[in-house]
Design a protein around this ligand. Sequence first.
Ligand SMILES: CC(=O)SCCNC(=O)CCNC(=O)[C@H](O)C(C)(C)COP(=O)(O)OP(=O)(O)OC[C@H]1O[C@@H](n2cnc3c(N)ncnc32)[C@H](O)[C@@H]1OP(=O)(O)O
Ligand SMILES: O=C(O)CCC(=O)C(=O)O
Length: 377
Amino acid sequence: MNEIQINDTTLRDGEQAAGVAFTVDEKVALASFMDAIGIHELEVGIPAMGSEEARAISAIANLDLRTSLIGWNRAVRSDIEASIACGLKRVHISIPVSEIQIAAKFQGNYQAVLQRLREAVEFAVDQGLYVAVGGEDSSRADESFLTDVALSIESWGASRFRFCDTVGILDPMKTSQKVAHLVSQLSIPVEMHTHNDFGLATANALAGLQAGATSVNTTVNGLGERAGNAALEEVVMVLKQMYSLDLGINTRRLRELSGFVAQASGCPVPPWKAIVGENAFAHEAGIHAHGILKNPNTYEPFAPEEVGWERRLVVGKHSGRHLVSTVLQQNGITLTTEEIATVLEAVRNLSVQFKRSLTVEELLNLVPQRRIAHGIS
Ligand SMILES: CC(=O)SCCNC(=O)CCNC(=O)[C@H](O)C(C)(C)COP(=O)(O)OP(=O)(O)OC[C@H]1O[C@@H](n2cnc3c(N)ncnc32)[C@H](O)[C@@H]1OP(=O)(O)O
Ligand SMILES: O=C(O)CCC(=O)C(=O)O
């Protein structure tokens, strides 16, 4: 796999999730955070929206961050002028490329699409901007038209082409075939933009990278339109752990970033969410906890500290005697095997009654007769 660039779009596609609206301060703080942890590029928003959005983008542009900033635009000259007015030096220009999108937006007129795109790209290039182009709905586009569009924007001076699986209908195999073909035709880099409608956004983004794309759109927590996008924390950790690619990103702050986005977006992270969920490094089940106590690698793909988490061993309905006795011993209580069995039964009953795991205090209260270590009873 080549050198990979993360272009995070939490501030654009992430914010397009229904019901999400970041304040100017939140957008500025999120951009600063992502810059601080080493994200390479940020799609900061849509300048053509004006008002608060343009104010936030201008404020981010004024921060003089290390990360590259790019604004999202339609193939419309006034959109690009709005990006320039915000102080952006990079513009992403989107154009629909599938039959269904072109019918809805350009009355089925393919020539008009190409003409509009050419005018927009050439205008932006003439302004001295870095220009990237997104083929909206690339995954449903006719493959030869898609290739024509990508080759055309390359010849007009654009520097990158975004392959968009806009409605998330690909699987990794199909993604790989389509992206490999596109990459083989182009000299400019290809960027992946994948959606999670079938739960395959991260897998498809990675398949695209394996097929030769060198840039990838992500969002924190996978926030985004409908079922969301490829999650930043998933893509980064797969590249780090499975492909040994050091992207220069401080992964130890990924959990903190996740919490920040959950709070600013009002979209809580489900406990089972990969990498950053509350349960990502929590162990309750007896067999798992027994293994973890012997060697954490038995049930963890990597150490929780790598993403800013801590391991949690919790006592609940599925726990076994090894975990219960360990937690009790950590609290100075040593019980016989029979006593532990009695406590374990009480743990199971209480967990069902409470419909959750128990706190340490609740566990200790189940010990009928405390035999505190060092002879204190
Ligand atoms: C797949 C994606 O995520 S694409 C990104 C989508 N993001 C958003 O829509 C969020 C921000 N959008 C907005 O604030 C508004 O839609 C704006 C400012 C961009 C435009 O607003 P409005 O002028 O009110 O238009 P509205 O949103 O109702 O309709 C979109 C218009 O853009 C046109 N359009 C859509 N995509 C493109 C494109 N890539 N290039 C050129 N024109 C386009 C549509 O055909 C329609 O044109 P029409 O007004 O001539 O019929
Ligand atoms: O950049 C583009 O062309 C569209 C990106 C997008 O949000 C999508 O296709 O879902």
